[in-house]
Each structure stands twice: as C-alpha cells, then as structure tokens.
Design a protein around this ligand. Structure first.
Ligand code: CTP
Length: 224
C-alpha cells in the first residue's frame, strides 16, 4: 500500500525571528513511517521541523507552516491508500506576519490569532479512495474527544492518546493509544516504545483498510 504520513509540529511565523509552535517531537509519525517501510509499503513523509533523520526509503517532504502542510497533503493525498495525520498542526496562526522584527517597548503586547485551515475536514467526506487516520492528542476526556473528532473530521480511524503525562505522548519515547474506528469498534495498544506501537498500528490500519477497500471495491497498490 501507499502510506502518506504527516509528523511533527508546524511553525506559524510572528515576525522574521519568532514563531508559534508546539512540543511535538515527530517521534510517533517517524516511527509510523519506519514501520510502514519495514512492512514493505511505499511511504511519503511530510514533516514539520524536528530533530530526526528522515527514514531511508521514504519520499520526504519538509514543511514549516500549517499552510504548507495543507498544500502538501492535498498535493499527495490522491496518490495514497492510507493517510496518517500524525502531525500536530497549529490550530491558530498570527493574523499578520510582521516583515520586520517586532521591537520591545515595555507595553502589553497582544497578538491577533486566526484559526488555521483544518486539513482533515478539508478532505472530501465521501467516495474517498484512501483511508483517513487522524490523531487526537488530549489531556482530558480522551475517549469522548476522540469520538467527537472522528465524526467532526470525517475520519475512518482516530488514534487517541493522552498527552497529560510526561511518560507518554508528546516528546516521550513511549506511548499508549486507543484506536476508534468509524464502524464503532475500538482497540487499545498498551504502553510501549513508540516504535513498537507503530508496528502494531501499521498492522491494525492495513487490516482495516483492506476491509474498507474490499467493501468499496477499491483497488489498492501492493508492492509485495
Ligand atoms: N489537524 C488538521 N488540521 C489542523 C489541525 C489539526 O488536520 N489545522 C489534525 C491533526 O493532524 C490530528 C487531528 O486533526 O490528526 C486532531 O488534532 P488535535 O490537535 O487533537 O485536534 P483539534 O481539532 O486541533 O482540536 P483541539 O486542539 O481543540 O483538541
């Protein structure tokens, strides 16, 4: 199959030297790209700025902003069988970007932020030829928020993880996730290193994708 994986944070510029971003390390997305490659899939990895080496064998696209992520996902999504939106795309960006460095004047400074475009909700909701997998990073009401995102963002699967603890989720080497499928089922992957979680995730996603594609009579690209 052809996997399109997004990973890492986005950076939303404020002026030439400052930006808004988040703590995403990219480890989970990179581990998924590596697991998919190891299982023999074609992989395109769209990555925000992280301190990781691009996996060997993947087509690699580096982006910075949520707008670049949006355009790049749309450019590649019709060539994939499974889209894994693991990236922590910024929800807001500064309304205007100052062309010059904003000077300090010891006064209160307010930044006007506007919502970024949501990539998942911008995808066609029906008759898709690819599986859409979203991630739901939350600190509370994990299952409830994941189920809401599954529906609101028209995903086939949502991978929910609790980012409230330092030992799993963002920046950590370990994770613990629950998959919620649009069919109503759910499956938990217990706490383990992200590389192990990624291998399990790849298997579960491929199994579900085959089931969905069989039902829709969609032909998938198999390399092996
Ligand atoms: N996502 C997206 N486009 C955005 C923001 C997020 O496609 N502009 C995707 C993420 O890649 C992830 C999913 O939406 O797969 C959920 O992201 P998350 O940050 O958990 O949810 P939000 O919709 O941003 O909601 P909130 O931050 O309020 O929890």
């Amino acid at each position: 199959m052809r996997f399109l994986v997004t990973a890492g944070p986005t950076r939303e510029p404020i002026d030439p030297i400052r930006y808004i971003s988040n703590r995403s390390s990219g480890k989970m997305g990179y581990a998924i790209a590596e697991a998919a490659l190891a299982a023999g899939h074609d992989v395109t990895l769209i990555s925000g700025p992280v301190n990781l080496h691009p996996p060997r064998g993947a087509q690699f696209v580096q982006i910075l902003t949520s707008d670049e992520m949006f355009e790049t996902v749309h450019r590649h999504v019709h060539e994939c069988d499974v889209l894994v939106m693991c990236a922590a795309v910024a929800d807001y960006k500064p309304q205007t970007v100052s062309p010059t460095k904003i000077k300090k004047d010891n006064e209160h400074l307010a930044l006007d932020l506007v919502p970024t475009r949501d990539i998942l909700t911008s995808l066609p909701p029906k008759n898709r030829q690819f599986l859409v997998v979203g991630f739901a990073a939350d600190t509370n009401d994990i299952e409830e928020n994941a189920q809401k995102k599954l529906r609101a963002k028209n995903c086939d699967v949502i991978v929910a993880n609790d980012v409230s603890s330092a030992t799993s989720g963002m920046e950590s080497d370990e994770n613990e996730v629950t998959l919620f499928f649009r069919t109503g089922e759910s499956e938990k992957i217990s706490r383990a290193p992200k590389k192990i979680i990624a291998r399990d995730l790849e298997k579960k996603l491929v199994k579900f994708a085959r089931k969905m594609f069989d039902k829709k009579n969609v032909t998938i690209t198999e390399r092996n």
